[in-house]
Design a protein around this ligand. Structure first.
Ligand SMILES: CCCCC[C@H]1O[C@@H](O)C[C@@H]1SC[C@H](NC(=O)CC[C@H](N)C(=O)O)C(=O)NCC(=O)O
Length: 221
């Protein structure tokens, strides 16, 4: 089968969780980076962007947009979505929560530089007071290696992604969360994820001013 193909800017944004999930599932994928307005307008003209937006993923003969729809499709396709509806809804709850946290980080890149410190402090506080305590408790109460059932799922992939992103803002953020520390080590050692965390993988670096400039240029805002 043809490899999935991803169209997005040359950075994390909303596509990074899709890259993580494909990588965790051991699925190789191709990428097309949008750096010019023309590339974006061609996708629109060709009718590939349902709502005129990216991420865009071509997979199984479909042109998929809407990040959550894509992630859900991939989670189900690669058996990372629970054994029944009750597990699936927990995975969705946990994934929505980590998406909310990562969304704050994603948008911070587009805020004025003078607000950067304040934004980072707010994100780290939210992580330490709202999100990480929830996952620490889940791991404690559940008493398993993974967040849902006793099987690796999309929820585990996304929590690791979120932990690493917050640690980029504050390296000691897990100091009060011993179970999350152990979770991070455990999930990082899953072979497909370990490979994705090696230099040279398709994992993207944190957003920088060049990335913001490219996005602003392509989307003309
Ligand atoms: C001020 C912040 C702007 C962020 C812009 C983009 O940079 C990324 O870091 C985040 C977004 S992604 C690009 C943006 N895509 C979306 O907003 C998709 C939202 C959709 N619900 C999804 O989940 O896929 C885009 O195509 N916009 C064109 C436009 O709506 O006409």
């Amino acid at each position: 089968a043809a490899k999935p193909k991803l169209w997005y800017f040359p950075g994390r944004g909303r596509m990074e969780s899709i890259r993580w999930l494909l990588a965790a599932a051991g699925v190789e994928f191709e990428e097309e980076f949008l750096e010019t307005r023309e590339q974006y307008e061609k996708l629109q003209k060709d009718g590939r962007l349902l709502f005129g937006q990216v991420p865009l993923v071509e997979i199984d003969g479909m042109m998929l947009t809407q990040t959550r729809a894509i992630l859900s499709y991939l989670a189900a396709k690669y058996n990372l979505y629970g054994k029944d509806l009750k597990e699936t809804v927990r995975i969705n709850m946990y994934a929505d929560g980590t998406q909310d946290l990562m969304g704050m980080i994603m948008m911070a890149a587009f805020k004025p530089p003078e607000e950067k410190e304040e934004n980072i402090a707010l994100i780290v506080t939210k992580a330490k007071t709202r999100y990480f305590p929830v996952f620490e408790k889940i791991l404690k109460d559940h008493g398993e290696d993974f967040l849902v059932g006793n099987k690796f799922s999309w929820a585990d992939v996304q929590l690791l992604e979120a932990i690493l992103m917050v640690e980029e803002l504050n390296a000691s953020v897990l100091s009060d969360f011993p179970l999350l520390k152990a979770f991070k080590a455990r999930i990082s050692n899953i072979p497909t994820i370990k490979k994705f965390l090696q230099p040279g993988s398709q994992r993207k670096p944190p957003a920088d001013s060049h990335y913001v400039d490219v996005v602003r240029h392509v989307l003309q805002f």
